[in-house]
Ligand binder design. Sequence first.
Ligand code: NAD
Length: 543
Amino acid sequence: MANALFSAPVPLNEPVKGYAPGSPERIELKRELQQQNSAPVDVPLVIAGKHRRGETTAPIIIPHRHSQHLGVAHQAAAKDVGDAIHSAVTTQKSWSRLPWEERAAVFLKAADLLCGKYRQVMNAATMLGQSKTCYQAEIDAACELADFWRFNVAFLTEIYQDQPLSAAGAWNRSAYRGLEGFVFAVTPFNFTSIALNLATAPALMGTTVVWKPGPTSMLSSWVGMQILEEAGLPPGVVNMIGGDPTIIGPIALQHRDLAGVHFTGSTGVFNQMWQTIGQNIGSYRTYPRIVGETGGKDFVFAHPSADVPALVTALVRGAFEYQGQKCSAASRAYIPRSLWRQVEERLVAEVNKISVGDPEDFTNFMGAVIDARAFQRLKQAIEQAKQDSGVRLLVGGECDDRVGYFIKPTVLVADRPDYRTMTTELFGPVLTIYVYEDDQLERTLEICDQTSPYALTGAIFARDRAVIHQMTEALVNAAGNFYINDKPTGAVVGQQPFGGARSSGTNDKAGSKLNLLRWTSQRTIKETFAPALHFDYPFMAAP
Ligand code: NAD
């Protein structure tokens, strides 16, 4: 028994390494890439701490060299899903009753392991499995994940410290219980850090988890799972099951012990999950907490007072880093007529400098899109735009899947602000621009606010303070993460809590204590020191 009120270590954002030629991190990463390229992996199901083989497997494909398989991922059958749920539910009691510092220590240690001996293992897995450049892997799989694990511990203590007042004669206390049952974490391919955070944030709060990673991020998910095991995560707290979502989803979502869903991915899938829960609402032990961060149609809106080089840099980085496959990626832009000629010239010149190819060649700025399905979807949208009237291909437009799923950074210019690629999420390296007349600022702000169902991220560029205020107000509900004179991507844990509203999600802000609050259920305890001894009150006395 500790008999102490421990405080959490003060979290600091993990410094980003540079990977310059000759640097030790670059040498180590290259070595690790070689190693992972030559040693096929066998990613198991992890149920109750046991590594289990599935009845079937799926290949792990390198998106930028799709003829090469990195190994296989075992696929869960219905029985495995049932076992994973059973494992989570039966572990919940002992896990939630561990003192919080014991739970927290697991994740603090995991962060240190990740930033130490696993850093390049994780970065290489993310580069190979998800086609990220070394820099994109570093800011995601190493730094952001370590930040989630460290900052969440500090946020937990902030939550636990929140206690009620007590009047004379009584002591009121708030206890923060883990959720009874299990949380179903369903994660996307595009951020290793998001995947691991979705699986572990509920666990930190004393809840247990069945985790279904994205099928195209199994390699990095497996590295994350191994780090957690080495950090001392007890068996059954996080049960990782890859496989067909149409098998896993219905079993988990209709289970009586479903205590919550922690989802990031597309809006359509999230809506379907919510519908399933709605249809079964009378059958759960407790109302499931539903947290989902979903799609986006993120904008950059420039005013005539904008700084053009800063604007163009934000467009290029915001739209094309990680092949535009960030939920926050800029995919539509509004540029005033008076700036258009300068922006157009500079943008075309910059985009033409971008090299697309194998991320293992560190001179490349972009890799491949994630899989054949994404490649076909994007190619089709680009081909359609080439044929449509009222839209012009400014730069890019080439798609080549002979070796990997490569799509050149593409900029379209649409005559109408409601052209399809201005309104729907494509999730790839395609930016569409609408040029507005300078005297139509107010109307164009309204259009920007109303043309997409999403409200995830957005950026404005202006130097006029009154205009910055006007734009910020006009777009108040258009983005959950709003940037002034900066690109709309690159949120940092502890600095820009992340999430959007409208069709972009429940805005429970990953990387903040608001998210953790969803994974705990408060129990209020009132203890009275001098209980009443009679039921009657003074007003009842005879006059
Ligand atoms: P996706 O929706 O295709 O898949 C997400 C997860 O859901 C995967 O694990 C997938 O296997 C699973 N899934 C698919 N169908 C399912 C079903 N019927 N039942 C249960 N699970 C199911 O998304 P993705 O391609 O992995 O990621 C891209 C999407 O994620 C984009 O829309 C992007 O905007 C969004 N995203 C949003 C955020 C955010 O914070 N808002 C962050 C990252 C990605």
